[in-house]
Write a protein that binds this ligand. Structure first.
Ligand SMILES: [Zn+2]
Length: 453
């Protein structure tokens, strides 16, 4: 038989981020949500999701993608993303991207991406490509000109925009940031993201700097992982500043991950002298996530050894205030993003746990936010932020990117000991109507694309 539709997802409850819950079957045709209906339309393929919820596929606006090495990308983080229901992710954040973005796009297309991918150009990577080695140094006008040329090349090749990692490149000036952000603003739909210059005691001046840049350059500004910037007593004030900026017509929003520990490379400027005093913690609050000291309690001696000899070691630091994380998550200008980063399968559990954790912890157990609101912050809000007009909703005519989960059993299982452990309860994940995850396991099917602007 030839039927009108390719697939029927039946007996589930859709959770649309705007309209909310409704028990409807979804008929898919050519990768698109063709009909939402109470009827049981005949199709060749059916997925029975009785008792489960169907959300638009999660959109993670902030990840650190797997690197291209020897012309190949190992799909580590793309796998953990798919298994936690993420169907579209944005890489190239915090100033780190492939130095040759169009080559990365091509390689990913050749290998067929597991999830939809958009890439930002990382300022730090462009700076390195322009031949600047010292991250602490201000650079000459001719070097700025060269970085602008490289950025323009990337924007023409389809980059989503520019990411700054101010804390990693202290030599970057506000003036240079404005100049580069102006260039990004010339292209429609493009975004500037920023990992702020300072955290904790100097968080508010960092937020103010990003507001000034967006005001002067007229770009869309996204503050990355706000919690690790301000959840040391500055969150309430920072949210007020962001709200006021929006009222004044400045387009600035932020994202956050649902954990009170942050993670970074031990050799980076994040851990420069004075960091422990400002966070009010001791060496034992540092968790070593990889290498020969993994799992051991950090001491001054181990810390100094790694800072000097193993600079690329990922560590996590428990220093943030959980109640401030919740306060930020509740704010309408914030969306959820994982900041996921894996180094040969090691790292922070946020890479594999972020989305299910939001639903299990903040919706079901603590009742801090509604399911509809949580879904909105993981689908519609980020889709709008990056201008994906056919994603982020369950609506006729939209892409059939769908995440199907059991609300009663959903659980993030990833931990610092097992950072890539898959969640429970995320049963099916579809991209363009194709099941990339079935019964909580990868199927090997590929239907995702590299989204170039
Ligand atoms: Zn960052």
């Amino acid at each position: 038989m030839i039927y009108l539709y390719d697939l029927l997802i039946k007996n589930g409850t859709i959770v649309d981020p705007i309209k909310g819950k409704e028990k409807l079957n979804i008929a898919v045709k050519n990768g698109i949500i063709a009909k939402l209906t109470k009827e049981f339309l005949p199709t060749n393929k059916e997925i029975n999701v009785d008792g489960q919820y169907i959300s638009p596929g999660f959109i993670d606006i902030h990840i650190h993608e797997d690197k291209l090495e020897n012309n190949k990308i190992e799909f580590d983080i793309f796998k953990t993303m798919a298994l936690m229901g993420v169907t579209t992710a944005v890489g190239g954040n915090c100033g780190f991207s492939s130095q040759n973005l169009s080559n990365y796009f091509e390689s990913l297309e050749r290998q067929k991406p597991l999830i939809n991918y958009l890439g930002l150009s990382g300022y730090g990577s462009l700076r390195e490509k322009a031949g600047v080695k010292d991250n602490y140094k201000h650079i000459s006008d001719s070097k700025i000109k060269e970085i602008k040329r490289l950025l323009k090349e990337d924007l023409e090749a389809g980059s989503l925009g520019l990411s700054f990692g101010l804390e990693y490149t202290p030599g970057l000036t506000t003036k240079e940031m404005i100049e580069l952000s102006e260039l990004v603003a010339e292209y429609p739909q493009r975004l500037v993201t920023a990992h702020y210059r300072f955290d904790s005691v100097r968080a508010l001046e960092s937020i103010a700097e990003l507001i000034i840049i967006a005001r002067e350059a007229g770009n869309k500004m996204q503050i990355s992982h706000l919690g690790s910037c301000t959840a040391y007593g500055q969150t309430a004030e920072a949210l007020k500043m962001i709200e006021q900026a929006n009222k004044a017509g400045i387009d600035i929003m932020a994202d956050i991950y649902p954990y009170d520990a942050f993670s970074s490379y031990i050799g980076s400027a994040v851990f420069d002298a004075g960091c422990f005093e400002k966070w009010g913690i001791d060496y034992e609050a540092v968790k070593i996530l990889e290498g020969k000291y993994k799992g051991q309690e950090c001491t001054e001696k181990i810390f100094n050894y790694l800072r000097k000899n193993e600079v690329d070691t990922l560590v996590a630091v428990s220093a943030m205030d959980e109640s401030e994380i919740v306060e930020a998550i509740k704010n309408p200008l914030l969306m959820i993003a994982s900041d996921g980063l894996l180094n040969q399968g090691q790292g922070h559990p946020r890479s594999a746990g972020t989305c299910p954790r939001v639903i299990a912890k903040y919706v079901r157990k603590e009742k801090q936010i509604s399911l509809k609101n949580a879904v909105n912050k993981m689908t519609n809000l980020p889709a709008q932020r990056i201008g994906l007009s056919k994603k982020g909703r369950i609506k006729e005519g939209y892409d059939a990117d769908l995440t199907i989960f059991d609300f009663n059993t959903i659980e993030d299982n990833a931990s610092f000991e097992q950072p890539t452990k898959a969640p429970t309860g995320i049963n099916h994940v579809l991209i363009k109507g194709v099941e990339i995850v079935k019964n909580s396991e990868l199927t090997g099917q590929r239907s995702a694309e590299v989204i170039k602007l």
